[in-house]
Design a protein around this ligand. Structure first.
Ligand code: UDP
Ligand code: MG
Length: 309
């Protein structure tokens, strides 16, 4: 039973040493490989990885041609790994490698997916906690396959799950959704998420918002239906009001005032129409991206370990 560790690296030169120490320390008893995806860093990450590879025959480096983002980097890593059990873990040690042995135990005990779940988000800022909470609420209301709350990409997946994930060809890679799409039996391990050991997070609010929108529009068509529902409600209201106005006119003649109410109705409806057009635009843009069929990432070079293949 071979274990693959898949890790995306983007400007992680300062975490590199500690990462390998920690990961290799917990894996001594297993047959394993470490697949490092170098996501177009502009620091010395690649040099560090290559140096590390010269000391170990278990490290494979997938060097991407530029920065494609974490989601694409993970896609590349999953495509290039060979293990029967695959573990995705961050380079900054915010996903504690000490959980790996118990993940493997649960997998051997029959779980197809073992998810690491954050016990609390105390370390995060108030805004980040609030936005995360709302994201999960909205996403899980809309999407066909809910994603468990406070579970990141840190997880173990059986080969059969990885094969399915690899066969999903969409270029919109919302990994949280893609990874949970296959389903299978999942087990959880709780953990406390530490802070980064070095460097800075690559996510800001703009990117997080973008990611959430990607997730919702990629895994749900509810916003489109929402447009129809709002349309139905406003048409029904309009009909009732029309009947009321006609009867009133017949009974008590024409009443000229109405400027304010007309303005309000007109503004509200145009607002709703524009929002709905925006929803359609979101889907259209995504369809455009999918239709182009561009590759999700480009491998510049595959650095294979020297002494096995
Ligand atoms: N990462 C990547 N490409 C990117 C951004 C991030 O491969 O464009 C990697 C990064 O090196 C790290 C992981 O994704 O291993 C998580 O990134 P980060 O720690 O910035 O995210 P956070 O932990 O704050 O969610
Ligand atoms: Mg991190």
């Amino acid at each position: 039973m071979k274990i693959s560790i898949v890790t995306p690296f983007y400007n992680e030169e300062d975490s590199l040493e500690e990462y390998f120490e920690a990961v290799e320390a917990v894996l001594t008893e297993y047959d394993y490989e470490i697949v490092c995806v170098e996501d177009g860093s502009n620091d010395n990450t690649l040099i560090g990885l290559i140096k590390r590879q010269q000391e170990s025959s278990r490290i494979r480096i997938v060097e991407l041609s530029r920065n494609f983002g974490k989601e694409a980097a993970l896609t590349a890593g999953l495509a290039e790994c060979h293990g029967d059990g695959v573990i995705i873990i961050d380079a900054d040690l915010q996903d504690p490698p000490s959980l790996i042995p118990s993940m493997i135990e649960k997998w051997k005990g029959g779980a197809d997916v073992v998810l690491a779940q954050r016990r609390s988000r105390d370390a995060d800022s108030f805004m980040k906690r609030l936005s995360a909470e709302w994201f999960y609420k909205i996403y899980n209301k809309f999407a066909d396959q809910p994603i468990p709350e406070n579970v990141g990409d840190f997880r173990l997946m059986d080969r059969k799950v990885v094969d399915i994930v690899n066969s999903l060809g969409e270029s919109n890679r919302f990994m949280k959704g893609i990874l949970s799409w296959p389903g299978f039996t999942a087990e959880f391990i709780e953990f406390e998420r530490p802070n980064r050991i070095a460097g800075e997070t690559k996510w800001n609010y703009r990117k997080l918002f973008q990611l959430s929108a990607d997730g919702i529009f990629a895994f749900s068509t509810v916003p489109l239906r929402l447009a129809m529902i709002i349309g139905l409600i406003s048409s029904a209201t309009a009909l009732v009001y029309a009947v009321y106005t006609i009867i009133k006119t017949i009974l008590s003649g024409i009443d000229v005032p109405g400027y304010a109410s007309l303005l309000v109705v007109s503004l509200t409806l145009s607002g709703i129409i524009l929002i709905c057009l925006g929803f359609i635009g979101e889907y259209l843009g995504r369809i455009y991206n999918e239709v182009k069929g561009r590759p999700i990432y480009v491998v510049k070079k595959l650095h294979k370990p020297r002494d096995n293949n």
